[in-house]
Design a protein around this ligand. Structure first.
Ligand code: SF4
Length: 668
């Protein structure tokens, strides 16, 4: 029996309790195709077992936990879907698994697998790469793993013969999308208890933007048939399914033939269940009639790719369309109460800092946005811009997210300046991270470690000697993201104990997003913070590269350090504290006790330790007052008690606990 395991790692996140939007739909399509093909060949059917590593593990475990989960499954072949945000972590995990399971083979697919992305194809953890959609070739690849004479004849793949990389660049046959049922309908991936379902109604894009790879991996637009989609929507809108949001993930939903009839069908289903829709649109193609259809179908938000108002930059990007009509269409959506996220790109060939500023001015004048999302241009593998990067003078990172950091029109320093101007102009913080949960009860002790499936936070009282074995055990069960909380006196022997834990933990889980919470009785020294970042702050980590345009040399976003300080209640003292630590850490103001009369002068991020003896009426009064004072930063009002935090999250922040992951807190 050949055991095949599929795996798609989630995008990095900093809030452990928030369920990531990581639905392995691409793997689901491939698995449906495999099942379909295997059902037609009984001899193969009995020889191949297919599994998908479920979200209850994939979305929770840190690096070591994932390695153990794969090891437990003992697959013969590990299939990984590689995106910008997970490729480095996935390949690290595959490398570790290869050390533990002799003979295991790997197959990689996804947008990171393109013939020009050498660093991925040549990675020692990769045995075979499948370019483009995998359905038509996956069975041939799996049954011929290790047989070079056969792999050679499979179009659109690469493989290693000894250590030589062989690429077969032939175009594969197109897969008939209607051959098998939509993946969610056979429970793989499981969607019925998720908050969001991602649904592809068409594959391919009629446009040819030069910074994009999507249109290149499909040479035509193919539709999932109405009957297949209707069956799927009937299920999503039924009582058997708990989904409350649908993301229609076609790159331009309103450029899809027949989009109005889908909207009509969804409007009819809304009588059963009011599901919120989200999608990406070309707003220049929208009529008033279309906008009404979208509203009736339940569209809550839309992403609009304006990219720039600079005609030269749009022309060079082959981004056709009318800027005025785009802004007008976005305005129509907003008028109907639909949230519009308008995307703009910084660093397009042909653009300049002045051009970028003009785009910001045009947006501000038109008001054609609810939120603006500025992207730094990425020279993505497989795209025209990547292919012509040298000719266009685009200097870019060699690893994800492949950000461009210099162009003939944009000097290197202009990227940071433009982003900071954007932050000032639109009163936003691009690298804003909400503080992690600071719940410190209920907890359990090291003796219970074996009984718990995972640990999401470890509170360590310093100084104490921490056995290396305990750190290793926690590192194996730790989540991604993970919080390490050091309380007590982080000085003298305490400093060394902290550093020892970080070294062991960081080596075991190098790709885990980490919060470090420091609650020291005496102030932590800047040199200690610098040392911590030196141990854990890999500048090559996806998140750190992603935020690099905003940061100075050696600044990183992960690990994210939080200093818990007693609230002095005085703005000047708070400001000088923030100024002192700002380069390394964010400050959370802790109040031991609070009552309604002491709220006015509080500042977020705020941790409230004690509200335990309050009656429910008093607690409600406190909540309402805190809400009024901190209306713009409700996520930064934190409570030590798990029960009180859960009440705040549900009553004041409106979070649905059904979709939140439960923390597991270890104290030693
Ligand atoms: S950026 Fe969007 S519209 Fe342009 S080619 Fe890619 S998928 Fe199509």
């Amino acid at each position: 029996m050949q055991k095949v395991l599929f795996l798609q790692l989630p995008p990095p996140r900093f809030d452990f309790c928030e369920t990531p939007t990581n639905i392995p739909l691409a793997a689901g399509f491939v698995i449906s195709a495999l099942k379909h093909e295997l059902a037609r060949d009984q001899s193969l059917h009995d020889r191949v077992e297919i599994n998908l590593l479920g979200n209850s593990k994939v979305d929770i475990f840190g690096d070591q936990g994932l390695i153990s989960a794969i090891n437990d499954a003992q697959p013969d072949i590990l299939c990984l879907t590689l995106y910008l945000w997970n490729v480095q972590r996935s390949l690290f995990i595959a490398s570790m698994v290869k050390r533990q399971i002799p003979g295991i083979q790997t197959v990689v697919g996804g947008p990171e697998v393109t013939p020009d992305n050498d660093w991925v194809l040549n990675h020692p953890a990769v045995n075979v790469g499948v370019f483009g959609e995998g359905e038509s070739r996956i069975l041939s690849v799996l049954v011929n793993m290790g047989r070079m004479d056969r792999l050679r004849n499979i179009p659109g793949i690469c493989y290693k013969d000894s250590s030589e990389l062989i690429i077969n660049g032939q175009q594969p046959e197109l897969w008939d999308l209607d051959k098998c049922d939509y993946p969610y309908l056979d429970g793989c991936p499981e969607v019925k208890s998720s908050q969001t379902a991602f649904i592809e109604t068409a594959r391919g894009c009629p446009f040819k933007c030069r910074y994009c790879f999507y249109h290149k991996s499909f040479n035509s637009v193919r539709l999932h048939s109405d009957s297949r989609l209707n069956r799927l929507f009937e299920f999503i809108y039924s009582d058997a399914c708990e989904v409350s949001e649908v993301y229609l993930m076609d790159p331009t939903f309103n450029a899809r033939r027949g989009f109005r009839s889908i909207l009509g069908f969804l409007s009819g289903l809304r009588a059963r269940k009011d599901i919120r829709l989200h999608t990406e649109l070309r707003s220049d193609l929208l009529s008033e009639f279309d906008v009404d259809l979208f509203r009736e179908a339940g569209l809550a938000s839309a992403e609009i790719g304006l990219q720039s108002t600079n005609a030269e930059a749009l022309r060079k990007a082959n981004r056709k369309g009318n800027v005025e009509a785009t802004l007008r269409g976005a305005g129509m959506l907003k008028q109907r109460g639909i949230e519009v996220t308008t995307g703009i790109i910084l660093g397009l060939p042909g653009d300049t800092p002045e051009g970028f500023r003009k785009t910001l001015d045009d947006l501000k004048t038109s008001g054609a946005y609810s939120v603006i999302h500025p992207f730094v241009l990425s020279a993505l593998p497989g795209t025209d811009f990547r292919l012509r990067a040298r000719k266009l003078g685009l200097q870019h990172q060699d690893r994800p997210p492949y950000h461009v950091y210099q162009t003939p029109g944009f000097p290197e320093e202009a990227f940071r300046e433009c982003l900071i101007e954007f932050e000032t102009e639109f009163e936003t913080e691009l690298d804003h991270i909400n503080p992690p949960s600071m719940v410190s009860s209920p907890t359990w002790g090291p003796d219970s470690l074996d009984d718990e499936p995972y640990v999401s936070k470890w509170i360590i009282q310093i100084p104490q000697s921490i056995p290396e074995r305990l750190v290793e055990s926690v590192a194996r069960k730790s989540t991604d993201p993970f919080s390490l909380w050091f309380a007590g006196n982080i000085h003298g022997p305490g400093e060394k104990q902290v550093i020892d834990v970080l070294r062991i933990f960081g080596a075991a889980n190098p790709y885990t997003s980490l919060h470090l919470i420091l609650e020291s009785e005496t102030p932590v020294t800047l040199s200690m913070l610098d040392e911590m970042i030196g141990i854990l702050g890999q500048p090559g980590l996806y998140l750190n590269r992603y935020y690099q345009p905003l940061y100075e040399e050696n600044e990183v976003i992960s690990p994210c350090i939080w200093i818990l300080a007693p609230d002095p209640g005085d703005h000047n003292i708070r400001d000088s504290f923030v100024e002192n630590y700002g380069k390394f850490a964010r400050i959370v103001w802790k109040m031991k006790e609070i009552d309604v009369t002491k709220c006015e002068n509080t500042q977020t991020p705020l941790l409230i330790d004690h509200v335990t003896n309050m009656s429910i009426q008093k607690l409600n009064k406190l909540f309402n007052k805190l809400k009024r004072i901190h209306d713009n930063s409700l996520e930064e009002v934190l409570f030590s008690s798990g029960l009180v935090q859960a009440l705040w999250d549900s009553r004041i922040r409106g979070l649905n606990s059904k979709y939140r992951i439960t923390e597991k807190i270890l104290r030693s």
